[in-house]
Design a protein around this ligand. Structure first.
Ligand SMILES: Nc1nc2c(ncn2[C@@H]2O[C@H](COP(=O)(O)OP(=O)(O)O)[C@@H](O)[C@H]2O)c(=O)[nH]1
Ligand SMILES: [Mg+2]
Length: 701
């Protein structure tokens, strides 16, 4: 039976000793409960981890031993805001336990399945919550097949239903594992009462194996009515599972631990070793792509930082997956982060290359950390106090330095505008933000309109997490603000105006008069200044002064404080004084002229920025999304179909997009994605102008 290990540290002597497994599934499907059960089943004295709210948003690592195998288990968050963490988990793992609750195959689960499929990750499906009343295993399996394909096949079936569920029978092994005693389950040959259950699933599973394992010999035996034998079938099952052609379904009650032995056995015998699962490409700093790094402990080092935590006291802790070579304490390695090559450059994550000395290497034993001298290809370890390494960075040997591409980072599309609550917070804020960004690669720091500090986040849960971290971890209080949108002002009609700056009472006077004409230009034209002064009405040297004044006033705006664009200003006349005129006086006259022109409010308008938005949703949500777009004053440009999804293109005002990341998820039941890019300015409708035009200050008494 299973041996539980305590404190002993498993010595990995070969990458084939290791299985790296990530738990993936919807939030609430039972991943964390199952994770805890798997540990409890193999780690002596395991008491369970205390509830950590951060665990909902980040990858969590623990390890256990089963048979001769070291299993590194990663618990990945299921919430769509944290898909970046999930993808990091997929990068670190060689296989997944895909957790689905018996009541929960929805769009989110499909999106998660798609993430695994893209990575060609072998998966076992843990079907949880089978102890709930009225669950029908057969019906749920049919639904899983309809959603995820014919490769979905139960290898174990539950005995009993609802709260009466007592264990599982192995469809190929014909063994009954009885969990009803409460302690370790008892394994015995299935009795006659299980025959119907086994026969119902055995035919389809064997047929599936013939197909998915592409086994002609098995087909022959099967057609001749010969039983191919348990071991033969299990061998085919393992192969088909490791190649992600077949997805065994295992019934689970994550709260009681039913199904954990079955899963552990599949992990040990059916999941690929690190050398069977392809590594990411390695690209030398010279630019040469050397293909996937070999899973060879003797090859040059290639490893990647999967996640980073920073603790105000303990400092930085980097979770690292070794793909190639061996990491040793006291080695100096090359640390490379080249985000700009694999996506957007980011002011918080500049490209960097440094050499760093590895201090200690920590392995997880259960959930505890134990130091070890080295970590070889295939292992996942924790490195404390790496000063420059960030999530996604590559560690490589100095004489073969390079990078592996980052996994796909989600585009943060929900802006969160903040400012420090007090002076004291102000001092701490920028340092705290820097550390926040190191830890969390999915947040983007930016300065928005009017230099407002904006954190771009992946959704409300992510935004809340960041605010909590700022407050609890870094002791910085911030206030949230409405996101400022970069509006512009412009003139819509032709007008003339006089700017007059004359002060001649005593001492050195000031004298400047200018006459300008203002005309609207097309969108995006910017600003033109034309000099049509004749007869020296404005002396040569003061013409640039007028332009400078006009430009200064344009920066400040004339009605609402937004910069003015898309106008031509023609200076056609003016007056000067031989002594009292000056550069400064003409600058002031230029400013006054523009303000004067705006006294005719009817020809000054506000412009708003419009984004080109590309939305991808399931076909069934197309109507709802389009109706919503028109509600946002959007303009449809067109749509294309891409299988069961539609891609909708529209121009939508930025003012209407502040919460689109949240709203689209609601509209499309978690399945919608979008991108946005600035496309130009358009006139703000008259009925919205008042909201932005500053009311005249009442005269002070
Ligand atoms: N009855 C029952 N409850 C479960 C089962 N698995 C999980 N739960 C409950 O579902 C909730 C969410 O579980 P959790 O493991 O945190 O889900 P996660 O978000 O996927 O990590 C918790 O209240 C669990 O106790 C199961 O198999 N049966
Ligand atoms: Mg969880």
């Amino acid at each position: 039976m299973s041996s539980k290990v305590n404190n002993a540290q498993f010595q990995v002597t070969n990458p084939d000793d290791v299985r790296n497994v990530v738990l993936i599934g919807n939030a609430g499907s039972g991943k964390t409960s199952l994770f805890e059960q798997l540990l409890r089943a193999r780690v002596a004295g395991y008491r369970g981890e205390k509830d950590d709210p951060e665990r909902l948003s980040q990858l969590y690592l623990a390890s256990l031993e089963t048979g001769d195998t070291l299993v590194n288990l990663l618990d990945a968050p299921g919430h769509p805001d944290f898909v970046g963490e999930l993808r990091a988990g997929i990068r670190a793992a060689d296989a997944a336990i895909f957790v689905v609750a018996a009541d929960g195959i929805d769009g989110m689960a499909q999106a998660l399945w798609e993430e695994c499929r893209e990575a060609n990750l072998p998966r076992v499906i843990a079907l949880t919550k089978l102890d709930a009343a009225h669950t029908d295993f057969e019906a749920v399996v049919d639904q899983l097949k309809a959603t995820f394909g014919e490769g979905v096949l139960p290898t174990h079936v539950p005995v009993g239903t609802g709260s009466g569920i007592s264990g599982t029978v192995g469809v190929l092994s014909r063994r009954f594992r009885d969990y009803s005693g409460g302690g370790e389950p008892v394994l015995r040959e299935a009795g006659g009462e299980h025959d119907d259950l086994i026969e119902m699933h055995r035919g389809p599973l064997i047929e599936g194996l013939i197909q998915e394992a592409d086994d002609a010999e098995l087909m022959e035996k099967y057609l001749e009515g010969e039983d191919p034998g348990r071991d033969y079938l299990l061998d085919d099952l393992m192969k088909a599972t490791a190649h992600a052609n077949l997805f065994p379904v295992v019934p689970v009650v994550a709260t009681s631990g039913l199904g954990t032995e079955e899963l552990l056995s599949l992990i040990e015998h059916g999941f690929p070793t690190p050398s069977l699962h392809p590594n990411p490409d390695f690209i030398r700093l010279t630019g040469e792509n050397t293909g996937p790094a070999p899973t060879d402990p003797k090859a040059p080092l290639v490893a990647q930082v999967i996640r980073t935590t920073t603790d105000p006291f303990a400092g930085r802790l980097s979770m690292v997956r070794v793909f190639s070579g061996t990491l040793k304490t006291d080695d100096t390695v090359h640390v490379s982060g080249h985000r700009s090559h694999f996506g957007k450059a980011d002011e918080a994550h500049p490209d960097h290359d440094n050499d760093e000395r590895i201090g200690s290497i920590q392995a997880t034993v259960g959930t505890e950390l134990k130091p070890k001298a080295s970590a070889m290809a295939g292992e996942i370890v924790l490195l404390p106090k790496l000063a420059t390494a960030e999530t996604g960075d590559t560690l490589s040997s100095r004489d073969n330095a390079g990078v592996v591409p980052n996994w796909k980072m989600p585009e943060p599309l929900l802006p969160l505008a903040i400012r420090a609550a007090t002076r004291n917070d102000e001092d701490k804020l920028s340092g705290a933000l820097q550390r926040l960004a190191v830890e969390d690669t999915n947040v983007r720091l930016a300065h928005g309109a009017e230099d407002q500090l904006v954190l771009w986040t992946t959704g409300q849960a992510h935004a809340d997490l960041l605010l909590n971290r700022l407050r609890d971890r870094y002791g910085v209080n911030v206030a949230q603000e409405d996101v400022k949108i970069a509006l512009r002002e412009t003139f819509t009609g032709k007008t003339t105006a006089l700017g007059r700056h004359v002060k001649q009472s005593g001492g050195h006077g000031q004298y400047a008069v200018c006459n300008i004409e203002i005309e609207p230009l097309e969108r995006g034209a910017g600003f033109e200044f034309v000099d049509k002064v004749v007869g020296g009405a404005v002396p040569r040297q003061f013409i640039p002064s007028v332009e400078k004044g006009v430009r200064a006033q344009m920066e400040k705006g004339v009605i609402a404080g937004y910069p003015m664009v898309d106008i031509r200003v023609t200076l056609f006349d003016g007056k000067a004084h031989s002594v009292d005129s000056s550069d400064m006086a003409f600058q002031l006259a230029g400013q006054l002229a523009l303000k004067e022109a705006a006294s005719n409010k009817n020809i000054v308008a506000l412009l708003e920025p419009i984004d080109l938005v590309t939305i991808t949703v399931g076909e069934e949500y197309m109507g709802a999304v389009m109706t919503d777009i028109s509600g946002r004053r959007g303009q449809m440009l067109g749509s294309d179909s891409d299988g069961s999804k539609v891609i909708i293109r529209a121009r939508i005002p930025q003012l209407e997009l502040a919460r689109y990341a949240i709203d689209l998820r609601g509209l499309a039941h978690g399945t919608g994605t979008f991108t946005r890019e600035f496309d130009g300015y358009e006139m703000l409708p008259g009925n919205l102008v008042d909201k932005f035009v500053k009311k005249e200050e009442p005269a002070k008494k």
